[in-house]
Design a protein around this ligand. Sequence first.
Ligand SMILES: [Zn+2]
Ligand SMILES: [Zn+2]
Length: 410
Amino acid sequence: MSIKAPKGTKDILPDEIVNWQFIVQKANEVFNKYNLKEIRTPIFEDTNLFERGVGDTTDIVNKEMYTFLKSDRSLTLRPENTAGVVRAYIEHNMYRESPPLKFWYFGPMFRYERPQAGRQRQFHQIGVELFGVQDASIDAECIMIAVEFLKSIGLDNLTVELNSIGCNTCRTEFKEQLKKKISPFLNELCDDCKSRYEKNPLRILDCKNENCNRLFEENNLKENLSSIKLCPECSTHYEKLKNYLNELNIKYVENPFLVRGLDYYTKTVFEIKSESLGSQNAVCGGGRYDNLVETLGGPHTPAVGWAMGVERLNALIPQENEALIDFYVVSDNQKEAVKLTAKLRKMGFSAEFDYNTRKFSKQLEKASKIANYAVILGEDELKSGYYTVKNLKNTFQQKMTFEQLITIII
Ligand SMILES: [Zn+2]
Ligand SMILES: [Zn+2]
């Protein structure tokens, strides 16, 4: 039996890679404007990093990690990349540099989930992490970067949903209130919610279980909750952020129940939805994580970031066509074809020829699929020193010198 790619993984073939390259190129362009630097951290890390960094009440850590032992050391394929970037930030003493330090990353992440449309076990994320600034101007910039990047790849009708989940102090009362409202029907909730109830009740609002969501609605949970009462510091920060967003002309809607699925967020949390393809799709999630650097053993460092799933972005943008090469050399003289192809490549053009010296008709057929122009080098051409150049889009052909030939591609 032939071997297939494991369930939940996917080959990205040449005709699909064009979109991937487009997305990463746009990311690069936009992130450069904001002075973000790319960072590449290992695909696997100490399991401990994610347990401490992502949080042991999250589904990610409890159910979805690919963890393995090597020489008695527990390692995990990264399920997300914030923890890894923070680990690198601490390990290389980057907190000693003058802030802000701004990073972006792109790469595969791994989560053992049930594969479904747009959700793979090996998937890719683009993300940014901005370290060292307490002021809300960096939260606004963080959101601005995401919006500008999404627009640059053609996603429109973006909605930024915004909330502040405050600090531990402001959340205490909200958690108690939430627990009180939930306790009458706690027994009917899923097992996850039951364990969240003690460990991290906020997470209950994030439950994806249909039965739980039905119970929330039947009991008017959200209607009965007043939003998190922010302490003066968190409240000022949130007001400042909204002012900055207004200044930057970034429209947002406040969603007091947006809590995000990770343990490390403090104050600002946000999601960006896109209305491409008729339905609303969450394409970006992020927030502030002022305690994570400290939790992972570094000095207290405020930070904010976001991540986007690239598979999802890909599904929302039109499929770009594979780029054609400039020239395809059609010849029955292998030596001359090799020479001309090399000469064209040396001048910076993309060029190919037929390595198997098939019939001209076969060579032209291949050329018309992959190239803009065919350069025909037959016996006549070799004798006369001219090249017959065929425009493969309109099949117009003419004889020209090498000097003329290399000017037809602008
Ligand atoms: Zn607070
Ligand atoms: Zn639940």
